[in-house]
Design a binder for this molecule. Structure first.
Ligand SMILES: CC(C)(COP(=O)(O)OP(=O)(O)OC[C@H]1O[C@@H](n2cnc3c(N)ncnc32)[C@H](O)[C@@H]1OP(=O)(O)O)[C@@H](O)C(=O)NCCC(=O)NCCS
Length: 175
């Protein structure tokens, strides 16, 4: 996933939405998040190489292995492949940050991924994205790899958390 510290960037194209061979059942549609809303939020949080379009979000949301957690000012998407979940993106509108929305969204995705049979969640984060790294550290993620220069001169860190995620993190998300 993204991000230089001041202007978050997303270096990846949207993932291939085709389901894996053992895709789980789709989640119920989430009325708080239309593809257009997600695209707008994504554009406010990520700019490089380009924000994901509403059409791309529609395709992702239609895929049976995609998990969505959404509130009016933020959302997260994950994908479950067999016993591993991958965080595709996590975004909170700039004006709504610091209110634990990111924590709630991540906790929601962790819970949903576990329900789908995942035993861990992996993600990529820019080494200089300190807010996101702090959030993931609190959730119990550990670094399992590094991709030098992946974000145009900034390294990507590969993080992983095995389930169950930290009990106190999940409790914090409810406050
Ligand atoms: C990363 C992001 C989702 C965090 O959302 P958020 O709602 O502000 O996060 P929370 O309020 O839940 O904060 C959770 C923890 O993250 C850390 N954190 C959040 N903002 C921080 C900041 N500006 N500086 C340092 N740590 C920060 C803190 O440890 C915080 O815990 P605390 O509330 O006990 O202090 C948000 O900053 C964002 O959308 N950034 C741009 C997109 C992005 O980088 N996404 C992640 C890509 S890997």
């Amino acid at each position: 996933m993204p991000v230089p510290p001041k202007t978050p960037q997303h270096p990846k194209a949207p993932p291939d939405p085709r389901p894996g061979p053992k895709a789980a059942r789709p989640d119920a549609p989430d009325p708080t998040a239309s593809p257009a809303t997600l695209a707008r939020l994504h554009a406010a949080c990520f700019t490089r190489p380009r924000p994901w379009s509403a059409a791309e979000f529609a395709t992702l949301l239609a895929a049976p292995d995609t998990l969505l957690a959404a509130v009016p000012d933020g959302f997260g998407l994950a994908r479950v492949t067999l016993d591993e979940a991958e965080l595709l993106t996590l975004a909170v509108a700039p004006a709504a940050r610091g209110k634990r929305l990111g924590t709630r969204l991540l906790a929601d995705l962790l819970a949903r991924a576990a329900t789908r049979g995942a035993t861990c969640l992996v993600l990529e984060v820019a080494a200089d994205n300190l807010p996101a790294r702090a959030l993931y550290a609190r959730a119990g993620f550990a670094q399992v790899g590094r991709r030098p220069g992946y974000y145009g001169g900034t390294d990507a860190l590969l993080l992983r958390v095995a389930f169950p995620a930290r009990r106190n993190f999940l409790a914090r998300s409810a406050r």
